[in-house]
Ligand binder design. Structure first.
Ligand SMILES: NC(=O)c1ccc[n+]([C@@H]2O[C@H](COP(=O)([O-])OP(=O)(O)OC[C@H]3O[C@@H](n4cnc5c(N)ncnc54)[C@H](O)[C@@H]3O)[C@@H](O)[C@H]2O)c1
Ligand SMILES: [Zn+2]
Ligand SMILES: [Zn+2]
Length: 351
């Protein structure tokens, strides 16, 4: 089969590799019908994630068709159309039982690390992928859900919802600011409405993404490069600050921005993956009674989000801006890595 193989920082190749085989009784082999590229894959290619070794097949998002199953898998069958979750979950360790799939203690990849696909084991940017703990890590696709919608449930929608909206304790009537209107920020914007947010302010440097954020449920937007960006946000909250600030970029500057616009008693929910230390101004924040959360997505809400997408209650399909075939995988990377120019949000690659 062919796959997108990491060759060290800056190096990737779409090339012939051996087909994956069943290794454990709980495994499934999935023929990948649709996959996509995540900002995290770009981080890996920059060399920011040293745990990814040369020769690794990248990718942790896919929709596909089961072609083979290990002997212990009972709830799935060959031919099922499934969403591959970006997080492995054995389903029976202490952390899985608590819904903390991101820290599944199953041995596959590394015990205690849920994100293993395209990281510690071969991933989904391939014609076929081996998925461990298939019964819990795959989700059957209901009829009527398209591949483009399903693939956004591997990572993007659960991440924005769980680590942004749920961890930020969004509640009815809240004003929510989302710093970063990339796919993850837009997913947070789209799902903040599920908990009754009244006003949702998108903040980004890219005006195209801000305009797009309105299609996902933003009521207002603020250009982060504006000298008065902060007073614009404060003016929308009568000077009090937002109830919940969701950080969906992953830089020290945007984390600090999020802490500066939250009202006393509010929440800062950090979703961004940070590669550098961030200064936390406890000397200013302590007196504001704010809470700060952060984390790796669990994907335990995927079945619930899938029901909403099946009823067309979340604008998932709008996230897909570009389509490629597998033989154009490198073009897909090129388009995605120049998102500001190409206006790419999610690029899908299909077999
Ligand atoms: N916690 C998790 O489990 C998890 C899972 C998936 C992704 N992530 C992380 O979430 C973050 C967002 O992912 P994405 O795919 O949407 O990324 P992205 O790079 O597509 O989007 C980031 C957005 O931030 C904007 N931005 C950059 N600097 C800014 C600034 N100073 N002010 C305002 N906006 C600014 C960019 O214009 C862009 O639109 C990344 O850090 C990603 O690694 C976290
Ligand atoms: Zn991802
Ligand atoms: Zn587990």
């Amino acid at each position: 089969m062919k796959a997108l193989v990491y060759g060290g920082p800056g190096i990737k190749e779409w090339k012939e590799v051996p087909n994956p085989k069943i290794m454990q009784p709980g495994d499934a082999i999935v023929k990948v019908d649709t996959t996509t590229i995540c900002g995290t894959d770009l981080h890996i290619l920059k060399g920011d994630v040293p745990a990814v070794t040369v020769g690794r097949i990248l990718g942790h998002e896919a929709v596909g068709t089961i072609t083979e199953l290990g002997s212990s898998v009972q709830s799935l069958k060959v031919g099922d159309r499934v969403i591959v979750s970006c997080i492995k979950s054995c389903g029976h360790c202490a952390n899985c039982k608590a819904g903390l799939y991101s820290h599944c203690l199953g041995e596959e990849g590394a015990s205690g690390m849920g994100w293993i696909l395209g990281h510690l084991i071969d991933g989904t940017q391939a014609e076929f992928v081996r998925v461990p703990y298939a019964e819990n890590s795959l989700h059957k696709m209901p009829a009527g859900v398209t591949d483009e919608e399903g693939v956004l449930l591997s990572d993007i929608f659960p991440t924005g919802f769980e680590i942004g909206v749920q961890s930020g304790y969004v509640k009815p009537g809240d004003t929510v600011a989302v710093v970063g209107a990339g796919p993850v920020g837009l997913a947070a914007i789209a799902t903040a409405g599920l908990y009754g947010a009244a006003r949702i302010i998108a903040i980004d440097l890219d005006e195209n993404r801000l305009i797009k954020s309105k299609e996902f449920g933003a009521t207002d937007y603020v250009l982060a490069s504006a000298a008065d960006w902060k007073s614009q946000v404060m003016a929308m909250t009568d000077g009090a600050g937002v109830d919940v600030a969701i950080e969906a970029v992953g830089t020290p500057a945007t984390f600090t921005m999020s802490t500066e616009i939250v009202r006393p008693g509010g929440h800062v929910a950090n979703v961004g993956v940070h590669g550098k230390p961030v200064e936390l101004h406890v000397e200013n924040l302590w007196i504001h009674n704010v809470t700060i959360s952060m984390g790796l997505v669990n994907t335990n809400t995927t079945p619930m989000l899938l029901k909403l997408i099946a009823q067309k209650k979340l604008p998932a399909a709008k996230m897909v801006t570009h389509h490629f075939t597998f033989d154009k995988f490198l073009d897909a990377y090129d388009t995605f890595s120049r998102a500001a120019e190409t206006k790419a949000l999610k690029v899908v690659i299909q077999g």
